[in-house]
Design a protein around this ligand. Sequence first.
Ligand code: ADE
Ligand code: ZN
Length: 310
Amino acid sequence: MTEGFAELHVHIEGSLEPETILALAERNGVELPYRDLDDLRARYRFTDLQSFLDLYYANMQVLRTAQDFADLARAYFARAARGGVRRAEFFFDPQAHTSRGVPLAEVAAGLADAVAGAHSEFGMDVAMIASIVRDRPVTEAQEVFGELLRLGAPIIGLGLDSAEVGHPPSLFEDVFARARAEGLHVTAHAGEEGPPEYVWQALDLLGAERIDHGIRSLEDPELVARLVDERIPLTVCPLSNVRLRVVDTLADHPLRRMLDAGLAVSVHSDDPAYFGGYVDDNFAALRDSLDLTDDEQSVLQRNSWEAAFL
Ligand code: ADE
Ligand code: ZN
């Protein structure tokens, strides 16, 4: 079996644990609308992607300084390394911070500092991918991407996330063309809640090398054939899909059908602090609920290494 996991689909802000939210609120003097930890935890019941995003963005208000971002990333690396992650390519959402007045330089400096120490501190190889928040203005995406370049932020790629339906990849052709021209890798969330058409657009209009989620691709046999032929990786997040009610239960998860169709799927955690676990927890749950075998787990792990931007 390939050694360890390559975690390719994790949002660093989605690794912000409830205890850390309260601790950072205290450190930064931020008033939160939660009585206590239990009250905060009680809000982690989601009905769809938007209901999660509302809490996810609200909780980010505790992240203010470069130190906060560095601490967040280091806590993630420590937990991921304990769970067997040997490479992580994490997303961060620059606009979620700039839009509330946190300078991009603080965000980038804190994350970059943690990334620079990841190998010596945690034995992990780490890279970061800036992600466009697709339900914010297209002009803002272009401005923030330009600022990332001016700052020399050490990103290896550009992604696309947040509320999918009604915010198709086609809106962002220009900024992704610019990213490709800069030599950056390109990936996009598509086919999580949105239709297979958005996966086509991510491939054809953005030049996506990977598709994040992509589970609704199964609804379109022609798309499945294309993804199989070109061996385009799909970074699937089973616990996320259940918690956001994209699938009913883990036992109903289309992962095995995707494997059987010959798709280049791998398993990831998405927002581990919100969805019940890190990548090792996702595998443990799949072994329990989907009777995932050792051989299947090996294939999924191998696929994750093949899909890494190495
Ligand atoms: N941002 C953080 N998690 C996300 C998800 N599962 N889908 C879209 N955007 C996200
Ligand atoms: Zn995601």
